[in-house]
Design a binder for this molecule. Structure first.
Ligand code: F0G
Length: 466
């Protein structure tokens, strides 16, 4: 028998795996959820996991590991120094990402801390394609000022630019003219851009940026937390890349940068871990010395041997086209179902989650009443689905004036863990959002009653205004 070869294009995004073990979840009542929400100060970060049904708080550390990764956990070499698993991880980072030197850290922010301290001097300026909370904080703590140089389109949820993670080189050039290239140690480039809604940067843009920064002696430090997802979008959207594998595109992205920070809790399919990867031997030497002060010896950096083994295996799995196609496919499925019901979300649908535009969802709640925070609370109350605020609470306060930063994007993030939930779970999410949308006139916003000094979104507490 002979059949015409069917390309993937005609098939559903269905997962290239099957389930071997399940984790039972508790279903809660409305009264139980109301009590839990009040106790959590209307902050979904302060809920107990046992009170959550579908957990879309984050895709960080929430992936399901494969049978191979679990098998790797049994191969943990827990020697204090020179663990075999470190060398496996180093090999995987070289093979799949191409960076020469590896400094392991307990998670992404450990790497951000080290690179910021090493490269930023008091009064320096760090441009980037939109801020990320922990990344910017470490840049500021090291004495730097962050500048957003992402294209304007990224701040408009309706704009369907295929690469909303791109850098506006004119914005960068203006900073270089104002402060001088010597006050800009590096450009901070994320693949994909979390706060913009999981939006990718194109290789064409990254190449132009490389050329510009080389001319001015400025480094590019790559936040590669979701690099494989970015590569998938390049394969789908950028001319000339349809025939390349995600693994090849990932290498091409990394090769255009000088070093990287990685939160392996996302793309790399592990529950904990991260690293700093570098190409310059002197910078590596300094980073390797600093890691022993803050994280642990340079062959474990805060991770157990078994964690490093699981990560080495996870990195290989994460760049498979079939894996990424299903991963992003599931997110797009959820996004497209919400769009079909005219729920206002960031377009195009991002790689790691669907971002609801809370300003449009709750047009009568002003931004100082924390509409996205209030909407996340309402969704939890309706169904036990936990989401996260990515708006004025996350944006924090202006360092100089002390006022709230008022970001253009006021979003609720429905973040999809990798290899965890089913299509039926996604359908329940749609049902709950539609229910809350019908009742949106009852949501009046929140009042902040407790505000911590750093990264306030994690621990702030609120009271309901309705
Ligand atoms: N960079 C990006 C783009 C991230 O999304 C995160 C974490 C980090 C750096 C920091 O890494 O958590 O391992 O220290 N993002 C999580 C989230 C917390 O929910 O988006 P970490």
């Amino acid at each position: 028998m002979d059949l015409k070869v069917n390309t993937h294009r005609h098939r559903s995004w269905a997962e290239p795996w099957r389930v071997k073990m399940v984790e039972l979840l508790k279903m809660t009542t409305y009264e139980e959820r109301k009590k839990a929400l009040v106790e959590a100060g209307y902050n979904t970060f302060l809920l107990r996991s046992r009170d959550v049904y579908i957990d879309l708080l984050t895709d960080s550390g929430t992936s399901a590991m494969s049978d191979r990764q679990w098998a790797g956990m049994m191969l943990g070499d827990e020697a204090y120094a020179g663990s075999e698993n470190f060398y496996h991880l180093e090999e995987a980072v070289k093979k799949y990402y191409g960076y020469k030197y590896l400094v392991p850290t307990h998670q992404g922010r450990g790497a951000e801390h080290i690179i910021s301290k090493l490269l930023i001097k008091q009064g320096d300026h760090v441009p980037g394609n939109m801020y990320f909370t922990t990344t910017r904080l470490h840049q500021e703590l090291a004495g730097g000022t962050f500048h957003d140089i992402i294209i304007d389109e990224a701040h408009d949820p309706e704009n369907e630019h295929p690469f909303k993670g791109n850098v506006d080189l004119n914005k960068l050039d203006a900073l270089v003219k104002e402060y001088g290239a010597h006050r800009i140690p590096y450009v901070s480039i994320a693949t994909t851009v979390n706060m913009a809604g999981g939006q990718p940067i194109s290789l064409a843009n990254l190449r132009e940026l490389r050329e510009y920064t080389r001319k001015h002696g400025i480094l590019i430090i790559h936040d590669m937390t979701r690099v494989a997802e970015n590569a998938w979008f390049i394969k789908q959207r950028e001319e000339g890349y349809a025939g390349k594998s995600v693994a090849e595109i990932v290498r091409e992205i990394c090769d255009l940068t000088d070093g990287a920070t990685m939160s392996a809790k996302k793309d790399a399919l592990v529950n904990i871990g991260g690293f700093l990867a570098l190409n310059d031997p002197d910078l590596f030497d300094r980073a390797r010395n600093m890691v022993v002060v803050y994280e642990g010896l340079h062959t474990y950096g805060g991770m157990a041997g078994r964690d490093m083994e699981a990560m080495a295996i996870g990195i290989g799995e994460s760049v498979h086209d079939d894996h990424i196609r299903a991963r992003v496919g599931q997110v797009e499925y959820l996004g497209n179902r919400l769009l079909a019901h005219d729920i206002p979300i960031v377009k195009p649908v991002g790689s790691h989650g669907v971002f609801i535009d809370a300003k449009k969802f709750l047009p009568t709640v002003s931004q100082d009443k924390f509409p996205a925070q209030a909407l996340a609370a309402a969704i939890y109350l309706d169904s036990g689905i936990r989401t996260m605020e990515r708006g004025i609470v996350s944006a924090g306060r202006n360092k100089k004036t002390g006022d709230h930063n008022y970001p253009k994007l006021e979003l609720v993030r429905l973040t999809i863990p990798r290899r965890v939930y089913t299509q039926a779970h996604m359908d329940v999410v749609v049902e709950s959002i539609l229910e809350v949308y019908d009742q949106r006139s009852r949501i009046k916003g929140l009042k902040m009653v407790y505000e911590p000094k750093y990264l306030r979104f994690f621990q702030a507490r609120f009271d309901s205004l309705s």
